[in-house]
Design a protein around this ligand. Structure first.
Ligand SMILES: *Cc1c(COP(=O)(O)O)cnc(C)c1O
Length: 394
């Protein structure tokens, strides 16, 4: 099946007379059980076990997991209450005291903060490097490195990392690679096919697509996902609400068609910004001027709807945008129907989230100046989005 078909069909109930032509929303927290079918401990959980308790598994979440696994070409998926719980769950499952994590030095701020602030307290060492150059990953690897985590495109600056190249380096050292592909979605990039061991998504973003549910997922090999379900879903407990799972399943049906429209609108918006006298730099992987456009062409089948841009005096312009924008919402998050824009000052991220120093801090400022506008180009008519930006830019 092609991705447009998978996004609608994967995870549906069997086509039998009387079955719904839609995955049903099952809000039940527990299910009838027989003592012969399942034990009370998560350690007894097998793939064949019937549903028992919604923190373990749920029919609606299971349908979503089947669809996500199909879209990313993975054996299995496990869903979580948010993207953060998916990623923290993965880290805590794959890493133990004495292990070493190599992390992209630009990534989702919450992930960077968790890695820098919480993992060392558990005896896990963390090295953050610029993963846009695979040589930096190779140089950071140690015998005790167990996991390398990258994000491509990276939030908020849309820097890319070469998944297949990094997978080769990581596997040669006996470690595993996880890729946060929230901004790419499986429509643009399927990291497992490029050699990654795990792909993670914040389902809150493009997967849901409508800005009305939080969710996260990890996709990978069946045995690793079963272990993750046990230690990170059942025991840490951030289970996806069935209603959120249902909304995300519904959102996924239009993911491929939405991504085409997001990409087209981002093409128009980035071209407009590129020609605007107040805008100094525009980053969209589909622009020839993106420093990694060649990698984008190789690795992305869709350039996504995320655009970041830099202006002089971004902090003042952010206030103007918040006051004047009408079609575009001045708000965080991304990947929904409505266009969203937010200003992210460089200093905050460099110091408190990414802990960048020396050469890495300079490289970040070279990319973003004092700060970057991160725009999630929505599905409105591109002319209306551009007209709104034009008025607000003044
Ligand atoms: C939003 C986001 C996350 C965190 O997801 P939540 O669903 O908000 O917890 C992780 N990674 C990326 C790239 C994101 O954009």
């Amino acid at each position: 099946m092609k991705i447009e078909t998978q996004s609608i069909h994967a995870g549906l109930p069997a086509a039998r007379s009387g079955e719904p032509v839609l995955s049903p929303l099952v809000p039940a927290s527990s299910f009838y059980a027989h003592p012969d079918d399942i034990g009370f401990s998560a350690n007894d959980l097998s793939d064949k076990a019937p549903h028992f308790y919604t923190r373990w598994s749920n029919p609606t979440a299971q349908a979503l997991e089947a669809r996500l696994a199909a879209l990313d070409g993975g054996e299995a998926a496990v869903s979580f209450a948010s993207g953060m719980s998916a990623i923290t769950g993965l880290f805590l499952n794959r890493l133990k005291a004495g292990d070493h994590l190599v992390l992209s030095n630009v990534c989702y701020a919450g992930v960077a903060e968790f890695a820098h602030d919480s993992l060392p307290k558990l005896g896990i060492k963390v090295t953050a490097v610029d993963t846009s150059d695979p040589a930096n990953v190779a140089a950071a690897l140690r015998p005790e490195t167990k996991l390398v985590h990258i994000e491509t495109p990276a939030n908020p600056i849309l820097r890319l990392s070469d998944i297949s190249n990094i997978a080769g380096v990581v596997h040669a050292a006996g470690a595993e690679l996880s890729v946060d592909a929230t901004m790419a979605t499986p429509v643009a990039t399927r990291p497992l096919e490029l050699g990654a061991d795990f792909v993670v998504h914040s389902l809150t973003k493009y997967a849901c697509g409508h800005g009305d549910a939080l969710g996260g997922a990890v996709i990978g090999k069946a045995d690793a996902i079963a272990d993750l379900r046990k230690t990170s879903l059942i025991h840490l407990g951030a289970a996806l609400n069935p209603f959120a799972a249902w909304l995300i399943l519904r959102g996924l049906e239009t993911l491929p068609i939405r991504m085409k429209a997001h990409e087209e609108n981002a093409r128009a918006v980035s071209a407009f910004l590129d020609n605007h006298p107040r805008v100094k730099r525009v980053y969209w992987p589909g622009l020839r001027s993106h420093p990694q456009h060649d990698l984008a062409v190789r690795q992305m089948q869709n350039f996504s709807g995320m655009v970041s841009f830099v202006t002089d005096d971004g902090a003042a312009l952010a206030r103007r945008f918040a006051d004047r924008l009408k079609t575009v919402a001045y708000a965080v998050s991304l990947g929904k129907t409505r266009s969203l824009l937010f200003y992210i000052p460089a200093e905050d991220l460099i110091a408190s989230s990414f802990h960048l120093e020396g050469r890495d801090a300079v490289a970040y400022r070279d990319w973003t100046g004092d700060g970057t506008f991160r725009m999630s180009v929505g599905l409105e008519n591109a002319d209306d989005i551009i007209a709104d930006l034009e008025v607000a830019l003044g």
